[in-house]
Design a binder for this molecule. Sequence first.
Ligand SMILES: *[C@@H]1O[C@H](CO)[C@@H](O)[C@H](O)[C@H]1NC(C)=O
Ligand SMILES: *[C@@H]1O[C@H](CO)[C@@H](O)[C@H](O)[C@H]1NC(C)=O
Ligand SMILES: *[C@@H]1O[C@H](CO)[C@@H](O)[C@H](O)[C@H]1NC(C)=O
Length: 211
Amino acid sequence: MFSSATSPLFTTSVLMVFMASWCVPAGRAQTYDRCQLARDLLHKYKLPANQISQWICLVRWESNFNTSAIGSLNSDGSLDHGLFQISDLFWCDHQQGMDSACGLTCESLRNEDIKDDVICAKRIFRQHQHLTGNGFNAWVAWRLHCQGDTDSYTADCNTSSSSPSAANDSSGADRERKPQLAAQPENPQQSNSNWLWSPFSQAFPTGWLFF
Ligand SMILES: *[C@@H]1O[C@H](CO)[C@@H](O)[C@H](O)[C@H]1NC(C)=O
Ligand SMILES: *[C@@H]1O[C@H](CO)[C@@H](O)[C@H](O)[C@H]1NC(C)=O
Ligand SMILES: *[C@@H]1O[C@H](CO)[C@@H](O)[C@H](O)[C@H]1NC(C)=O
């Protein structure tokens, strides 16, 4: 009697655990959609509008938009982590993160939350801006692939924001280049459901909904 009473409950909890592990992609490889990344870097993480295509080019050649990428091409044996392929030689560490310049663990640079990645990338950029006059010099892939015209990396992306407060943000330059976008009819659903959009092109990460 006891076992027959607990059996449905047990089945339910097993099912829930299974569904949870299925929905939360812990450490699973994720590919950030290129144009979504361009929009997020511009609107969510406030990178300058005139830098976006260079960041997209950099990410294309560093991680190919793989948020969990881990690179091992460095001759000194160090590893590069995440979307921006941030090095564990200095910027992140594998223990508590305390001793690293970004105060992060390298593992946290390989999850799908790129907020800490962007903060760290900005810090790296600032340091190299100070050292060399151009922050992008910190990234080998940028030096190899992104020093010329990078417009093609975002040319097909709609980077305009649906939020009215963005009317005066740095994306203004983009809209001036594409004035026809303003003539598009407004989709009233879009501004409401915007936060539900998955930035990843592969699976739908339910974990994202909690941000
Ligand atoms: C992303 O990087 C991880 C770690 O290197 C790798 O296991 C995974 O296959 C990559 N995903 C894609 C889509 O390339
Ligand atoms: C671009 O995105 C904005 C905001 O989401 C939207 O209002 C507009 O219609 C879009 N334009 C095109 C051409 O898709
Ligand atoms: C946008 O900025 C311009 C000047 O930069 C200002 O005149 C205008 O009032 C601003 N519009 C809004 C909606 O804040």
